[in-house]
Design a protein around this ligand. Structure first.
Ligand code: FAE
Length: 538
């Protein structure tokens, strides 16, 4: 294995002083020492493998490579999220966002921007918080930032798509292998399970889901339980008052302090236990380019918690895995092609990006149909109208702590539009050409469910959640997918065309839609690809 050159352009001492100055106004000095970036983690000479990003794809790659005896260095732009703040908690509550909540914003950008018509966003100190609301021209893409990627902020809904839908999304992948081997492996690795149906029937915190079921079934729609990575026994203890509350305290969007098995508790814990995996948080990769002596030079900015660069480093690695998420990987790759750092990447890089057809809406129920003031923040059920109407709607919580008489839904829909990332050399940034109007097919698909339910129930859409008199949350996605599609920008296992030793292993491989929530598919595909790569390339 080659790789020697690691150059720090700032000393650790300087980095640390600037870090402390930069953050002391935000979280209190006591919490700072422990949250200092692990700068020393990258001061070895070159490494066999660099993994960019610590979400699902990155975590799978790191674990399996380490188990195969390969040393891995993971570079993650977000924080470690392993140290409590001054309130004794690692993560902020959804109802009271603070500095920890948003990635380098001075004002929150909540997915539900309004309630009863009033704006609910508030000022927060600029900080390397956990949720990035990344704004492109026509869409806001929400992403997790930190060690664990999206697993830190997501609802944990762990859905294996129907086999026929998977085959339509990724026809070049052997579905028999996926359903026989890799989906089961991913579900086991992630710790996926289903709610106890008997408990569901009586739990106060799932009244909203039972109302959702009643309305779905009265209109003839299939209603399905959705597996999750939340520890259901823990949630029972929360409900019984014998354990600190997390899902039942409204925690989700800015992290769960208890109960949820994020990647920190599953794949990444196992990866670290091998002793072969090093993780450097607050390290943002800016370039990858062929190294003179073979392998690749990876350039990385070490940042402080205000987002300022405190050091720029270069590592060399024989192999580099892009696992920065659909947006992160796509942005990096189009930049590297556009700037000539990786000149042989093909014309497919940047293409095939989609929003998994995400669209949100709320319904106003009658006063005799309350959805409950206590709502588990972890969704557990969905309405499956994919085959007939192109929509799978999760019955989502509105954990406000008060009775809202609202039913709230995040729909995943069959939306044919695909956008492209390109490198704007003049502006020095990657851009995405998604158009807001492209959400119309998603709205139409969601209406196949909710127009019918409203007609049956004599109810109407809420118009107060996404602005004033605005029904559809059509400005955002939680599920970015594509940009380096399997079999197009890469071969059938994620090897990037044009540059041997570079791999994509995250949601960028999936062409824009999975028909359900995506992370189980991202994990299973990563399991499939890394097995082949370890066998053939290492
Ligand atoms: P991801 O998990 O995004 O990890 C990429 C990592 O790379 C991140 O930690 C980045 O900070 C890091 N990174 C990016 N750029 C760089 C760089 N230049 N240098 C260093 N590090 C970098 O990627 N999916 C479900 O299946 N079920 C759900 O219930 C669900 N709920 C969601 C709720 C919310 C609010 C959000 C935002 C997402 C949700 N998702 C859900 C989507 C899911 O989290 C997402 O598909 C996966 O996290 C994507 O996995 P990747 O490995 O592709």
């Amino acid at each position: 294995m080659s790789g020697k050159s690691l150059r720090d352009t700032a000393s650790d001492g300087l980095s640390r002083r600037r870090f402390i100055v930069g953050t002391s106004s935000i979280l209190g000095t006591a919490a700072l020492a422990a949250q200092a970036p692990a700068a020393r983690a990258v001061d070895g000479a070159g490494v066999p493998v660099v993994v960019i990003g610590t979400g699902y794809g990155g975590a799978v790659a790191a674990l399996r490579l380490a188990e195969a005896g390969v040393d891995v260095h993971m570079l993650e732009m977000g924080m470690a999220w392993d140290t409590p703040g001054s309130d004794g908690k690692i993560f902020a509550n959804t109802t009271s966002p603070d500095a920890r909540s948003y990635w380098l914003r001075t004002r929150t950008k909540q997915p539900l921007s309004n309630f009863l018509g009033f704006p609910i966003d508030r000022d927060v100190p600029r900080h390397t918080g956990i949720l990035d609301a990344e704004e492109f021209g026509g869409i806001i893409v929400y992403q997790g930032r930190g060690v664990g990627g999206g697993s830190l902020v997501n609802g944990g809904m762990a859905v294996t798509p129907k086999r026929e839908n998977f085959a339509a999304v990724l026809p070049s992948v052997d579905a028999g292998e996926m359903y026989g081997t890799y989906y089961p492996r991913a579900n086991a690795g992630l710790g996926v399970s289903v709610i106890d149906p008997a408990w569901f029937e009586t739990a106060e915190c799932y009244k909203y889901a039972r109302v959702g079921r009643k309305h779905a079934q009265r209109s003839g729609f299939p209603f399905v339980f959705v597996p999750d990575v939340y520890d259901w026994d823990y949630m029972k203890r929360e409900a019984a008052g014998t354990a600190p509350k997390s899902a039942l305290a409204g925690e989700i969007l800015y992290g769960n302090n208890h109960g949820k098995k994020s990647l920190q508790q599953t794949y990444l814990a196992r990866a670290r236990a091998t002793g072969r995996v090093t993780v450097s948080p607050l390290h943002k990769v800016t370039s990858v380019t062929p190294a003179a002596a073979g392998g690749y030079t990876v350039t990385v900015d070490q940042i402080d918690t205000t987002g300022d660069t405190v050091a720029t480093k270069a590592m060399t690695a024989d192999k580099v895995f892009f696992a920065a998420g659909s947006v992160g990987t796509s942005k990096l790759l189009v930049k590297l092609r556009g700037t000539g750092a990786l000149p042989h990447l093909n014309g497919e890089v940047g293409k095939g990006w989609g929003d998994n057809g995400n669209v949100m809406c709320g319904r106003a129920n009658h006063l005799w149909d309350p959805t409950g003031s206590l709502q588990s923040a972890i969704p557990t059920a969905g309405i499956d109208n994919w085959a007939a109407g192109g929509a799978f709607a999760e019955v989502a919580p509105l954990p406000t702590g008060i009775e809202t008489y609202a039913s709230f839904y995040l729909s995943i829909t069959k939306n044919p539009h695909r956008a492209q990332f390109t490198w704007n050399a003049a502006a020095g940034r990657a851009e995405l050409n998604w158009q807001t109007a492209w959400k119309q097919p998603s709205i139409d698909a969601a209406k196949t469910i909710f127009d019918k339910i409203n007609a049956k129930e004599g109810t109407i859409y809420r118009t107060d959640l996404f602005g004033t008199y605005k029904i559809w949350g059509d400005h955002l996605t939680y599920h970015p997918l594509g940009g380096a599609v399997l079999g197009k920008a890469t071969d059938n296992y994620g090897r990037l065309h044009g540059h041997p030793g570079l791999y994509v292993i995250d949601g960028a491989l999936i062409p824009g839609n999975t028909s359900v929530n995506p992370f189980v598919t991202i994990t299973a595909l990563a399991e499939r690809n890394i097995e082949k790569i370890i066998a053939a390339d290492l």
